[in-house]
Design a protein around this ligand. Structure first.
Ligand SMILES: *[C@@H]1O[C@H](CO)[C@@H](O)[C@H](O)[C@H]1NC(C)=O
Ligand SMILES: *[C@@H]1O[C@H](CO)[C@@H](O)[C@H](O)[C@H]1NC(C)=O
Ligand SMILES: *[C@@H]1O[C@H](CO)[C@@H](O)[C@H](O)[C@H]1NC(C)=O
Length: 725
């Protein structure tokens, strides 16, 4: 059961991603001019929001069009409080309903609540007359019941707080008739109640008071001066009581709006009519020619500010007799406002793993024009993985259309264009900067599939073998690579006793010296891991190849080098040139050139008799054996490898030229000590030289003596060659 409920909740949660929540049914009545900080109401309670989440969801109040923020939401209590002075008259002038559309925006699952502030009027303005005094000139022949327009007092407030009535100071001749015009405003006329008599009283002063219905009540006064004339004149008469005109907004100054005319049946200067606006408010916008009655544009006509004007025009003749007409001007809209794009909410760091269709922003489009001129279409530039989805009213959701990949594109500048349907259409655009936030979605990748390190044996511990490198395009710690050795064994010992890897640089060092003769290569596994959570990793194999160094001398296996057991080879007396006599066998633990052996005879009893194969070590006779050859032959053979530098070993080989083993002399005699024999040679040479010298000396002495005895000279040559050998 619980399971299905959970699924239902998940579906709800997913739906909330797809459609932003937009509601609008709360409204608050707010008196204007409330102090800043005054509480308007508790919107969290009224909408049913969780108080604890207001702050996390960055709840805030946004106003729909004006830039002023009149209220804000207290994140702790959920109350709406006044933020800026709200002046109803400034906002809405005489509009009967003054409404501020506001929005409560919640982020992180975007939610939008529309609410309305209904600004209530307070009686903060008193009724005011256009002038401080009014002057009337009334003929004494005026009949009882004649009416004289006084016009109206103006009060910026509305409803009850606007002008509700007038009172006239007590007097003998006039009473007041209060009327209501088409717009519902009160105005009044003086009505002659008792005929005037110029001789009796030619000057009357009255005070007229206008009062509103507010609480406390406010009032304004005007002083009316009446001059009694004895001429018999007529008041001007307008051709229409109400004039209507329509005018496109932005009309140039001096554009003619309408011409009003009033006629006066009087003669002479009495019929000179002067036109005038009765009230101040429109004087900046329109002008009226005092004689011609032409109403022209003077100021800025802005439909969005004021869609229509209503004003009183007075016509006054030379006697000061006045009549009034109403002028209604309807302003027609022109497409002069480009749409305004408001970014209501934006998820600035979009995780790259969000699924397509995720909402990342909410946009509101306004156009201050009306009708077609305010119909707006919104579009997005192409080639970005986002689109605009129309939501309620003028809202659009910005949603993703594809999977994002921060490693490919890390930020977007999205240009939103809004175009209205006016003619010609106006458009505006806004660029939104979106960044994509990283997710650890890339494992480190080694630059090579495998690595090889070549090291010569007898390396120093700590020497560098090679370095591995892995790249991880993720951001910061998600892309920070750490290297380590994976546990393993080499020849039964843990791999860490052979090599180590620098975690930061990936440089692999030897931990000990390697011996080529022990093993020639081994493998280690290195792991590159990022610092994400959870981390991602990849592994690579590093093959370490050890190369040989000439660290082993050749080793002679035959003849066995042990000094005491002399080996003797028999050479048949009949051996011909080229006969194989013996072979020196040697090995070298090194390899390659370091183990490529060459054989040389370094010393021999008879230098011309034997040769040795340079690489085979085979000892062969170089010529036929002859009778004169000594029976005992001795060779000293050097075996040398081809390393750099080469290493060598020597051995002695004894050869006996004989067909009969019985002839073999005592082997000991054949012992041949190189150093001894050299010494012996030197001794013999020295002895022979001394003896020769001595003999020569004796002979010479004897010869000299012989000659001196008279015998014939005898020359005896010194016996140079002594057959010792
Ligand atoms: C987006 O605009 C900003 C500022 O104009 C610029 O620095 C940035 O490079 C732009 N980014 C892209 C992806 O075009
Ligand atoms: C790394 O990735 C994780 C998710 O895998 C993400 O939450 C985190 O913000 C990322 N770190 C950075 C520095 O972008
Ligand atoms: C690397 O090797 C370790 C240890 O054998 C293993 O746990 C891990 O899953 C491997 N990683 C990859 C990416 O193959």
């Amino acid at each position: 059961m619980c399971y299905f409920r959970r699924i239902f909740m998940v579906v709800l949660w997913l739906l909330s991603f797809a459609f932003p929540l937009i509601t609008g049914d709360v409204s608050y009545s707010v008196p204007e001019e409330m102090k800043r900080g005054s509480v308007i109401g508790n919107i969290a309670k009224d909408i049913g929001l969780d108080l604890g989440r207001l702050s996390a969801r960055r709840a805030r109040v946004d106003s729909e069009d004006s830039g002023v923020q009149y209220c804000s939401v207290n994140l702790n209590t959920g109350e709406l409080v006044v933020q800026e002075r709200i002046d109803r008259e400034g906002l809405c002038a005489k509009k009967t309903s003054c409404i501020l559309k506001q929005e409560l925006v919640l982020e992180n699952l975007l939610e939008l609540h529309l609410f309305i502030l209904r600004i209530q009027d307070i009686n903060d303005n008193a009724p005011m007359f256009k002038e401080e005094t009014l002057k009337f000139e009334i003929r004494e022949s005026a009949d009882k019941g004649a009416r004289f327009a006084v016009g109206e007092a103006h009060d910026e407030d509305i409803g009850e707080n606007a002008v509700q009535g007038y009172t006239l100071e007590q007097n003998n001749h006039f009473k007041l008739d209060v009327k209501t015009n088409s717009a519902g405003r009160k105005y009044c006329e003086l009505v002659l109640d008792k005929e005037l008599d110029r001789e009796d009283n030619n000057e009357i002063t009255l005070v007229l008071t206008a009062f509103d219905g507010g609480s406390p009540q406010r009032s304004g006064t005007v002083v009316i001066h009446v001059t009694v004339l004895d001429a018999n004149d007529n008041a001007p008469v307008f051709s229409q009581t109400v004039y209507k005109a329509s005018l496109p907004e932005n009309s140039a100054p001096d554009t003619l709006v309408i011409t009003v005319t009033a006629t006066d049946p009087d003669e002479g200067i009495h019929r000179e009519i002067t036109y005038e606006f009765d009230h101040v408010s429109s004087k900046d916008v329109f002008s009226i020619h005092p004689k011609a009655g032409e109403v022209r544009v003077k100021g800025n006509i802005d439909y969005e500010k004021m869609p229509s004007y209503e004003m009183q025009i007075s016509a006054k003749d030379g006697l000061g007799l006045i009549s009034y007409a109403t002028l209604l001007i309807d302003v027609t809209d022109v497409n002069d406002n480009a749409p305004i794009i408001n970014l209501k909410s934006l998820t600035n760091h979009i995780p790259e793993n969000v699924s397509p269709g995720t909402e990342v922003g909410l946009i509101n489009v306004q156009d201050r024009d009306s009708e077609n001129n305010r119909q707006v279409r919104c579009s997005l530039q192409t080639g970005v993985p986002f689109k605009l989805v129309p939501s309620i009213k003028n809202y659009y959701s910005l949603v993703t259309t594809e999977q994002l990949d921060r490693e490919l594109v890390s930020d977007y500048n999205i240009t939103i264009t809004a175009t209205d349907e006016g003619s010609p259409p106006l458009s505006s655009s806004k660029t939104v900067h979106l960044t994509v936030a990283d997710i650890n979605d890339n494992p480190p990748v080694f630059e090579e599939q495998s690595y090889s390190a070549h090291v010569t044996e007898n390396n120093k511990p700590g020497s560098t073998l090679c370095s591995v490198a892995a790249r991880d395009p993720d951001w910061r710690q998600n892309g920070t690579v750490v290297y380590s050795l994976l546990p393993g064994e080499v020849n039964g010992a843990p791999v860490s006793s052979y090599v180590s890897v620098n975690g930061d640089t990936g440089v692999i060092h030897a931990v000990r010296a390697f011996d080529y003769e022990h093993f020639r290569s081994f493998k280690v596994q290195v792991m590159a891991r990022d610092n994400g959570s959870p981390p991602l990793s990849s592994n690579v194999t590093v093959n370490v190849f050890i190369s040989d160094v000439n660290d082993n001398s050749p080793q002679i296996l035959y003849p066995t080098p042990e000094g005491n057991s002399f080996m003797t080879e028999l050479v048949p007396k009949a051996a011909h040139a080229g006969s194989l006599v013996s072979k020196v066998i040697a090995v070298d633990a090194d390899s390659g050139q370091n183990a490529w052996l060459s054989y040389h005879i370094v010393k021999s009893t008879d230098a011309g008799l034997f040769t040795i194969g340079l690489h085979s070590g085979e000892i062969r006779t170089q010529r036929d054996i002859s009778e004169s050859d000594s029976m005992k032959q001795n060779l000293i053979v050097a075996v040398k490898d081809n390393g750099q530098p080469p290493l060598s070993a020597t051995c002695s080989m004894y050869l006996l030229i004989s067909d009969n083993l019985a002839e073999v002399p005592e082997l000991k005699d054949m012992s041949y000590d190189e150093r001894d024999s050299k010494l012996t040679s030197y001794l013999i040479i020295a002895l022979v030289s001394v003896s020769t010298f001595f003999l020569t000396f004796i002979i010479i002495v004897l010869g000299v003596r012989f000659c001196m005895t008279g015998a014939g000279a005898v020359f005896a040559l010194p016996a140079w060659h002594v057959t010792y050998y």
